[in-house]
Ligand binder design. Sequence first.
Ligand code: GLA
Length: 342
Amino acid sequence: MPRMRSPARVNLIGEHTDYNDGYVMPVATDLEMMCHFKRRNDRTVKVSSKELGNTTFKIGDDRREGSWSDYLKGVALYLSERYDLGGWEGSIDSSIPIGSGLSSSAALEVLSAKIFQHVSSFEITPIELAKICKRAENEFVGVRCGIMDQFIITLGKKGSAIFLDCRSLDYEYVPIPEEMGLLVVDTGGRRELAKSEYEKRRRECEEASKILKKSLRDADKSEVLELPNPLNKRALHVVQENKRVLAARKALIENDLESFGDLLLQSHNSLKDLYEVSSEELDRAVELAKKAGALGARMTGAGFGGCAIAVVDRDSIAKVKRIEEEFKVYECKSVDGASLDR
Ligand code: GLA
């Protein structure tokens, strides 16, 4: 039976910039979902999973269930507008901590889209596939996320991060230096506020950009400071975060891990103080990682609980992993985007 794997994403830097036409720099990690599957001839999808539960639906069924199966249903619905889809059944195992901000939802979307592609043999570019998955999340599930998660989960490359311009969708693979270790720290913090506060931040950015009559990607510091509170803080984060992503790309290319770590810390502080999407646990995780010898650390993903990352010199991994006394820590590798496991 073929197996499709789909990775979790960790964003190194560039947070809350993707829906503002900005820059991001995520990686696909070896925390992943794996699905054994086979084709069915009755246009039905049937999935079982220890971690998620079970679901069965017909391709084209557009009733929302308010559960994880909506990610699959949405992908099936929008793919079926363009392609003649075959059904499939499979079982999913996941080592991605579900609902912890590592984008298990996008991993599921891309996983199912790639399985549909495999059992139905249609041609689609990876970027188009990522866009359909994003549409499933935006329009079917109803979360107005940006393109970052679906993009990295589809196009990730082993040993590299992706530097992505979310306006043009131009991208570049940036190799991760050998001596850089990446830790994911799961604070276990609950993310109830994530959906409503995410939407609120999006609306604030839209309002700021409407007042400025330009995308926040094109705004500069002096003009965003003129905006009313809290739009000024939100927009200032976006303007400065975009600059940090550019600087971080350069630091990685030049193997300057000190500067890279510094930029991560600046990003965290800005997400905490200006964008106001951090949490006590995330701040604690970042502080502990730094104290234990990490080069840099920050919350990753939308925020309001979930995971932080720490970037460490390979030689100090064991030392920094001491934060395990307080939080669950995963040492991650950067891997390829979703693909058949051979
Ligand atoms: C979530 C969204 C992404 C992005 C991040 C914040 O993960 O799915 O599109 O906006 O939050 O950077």
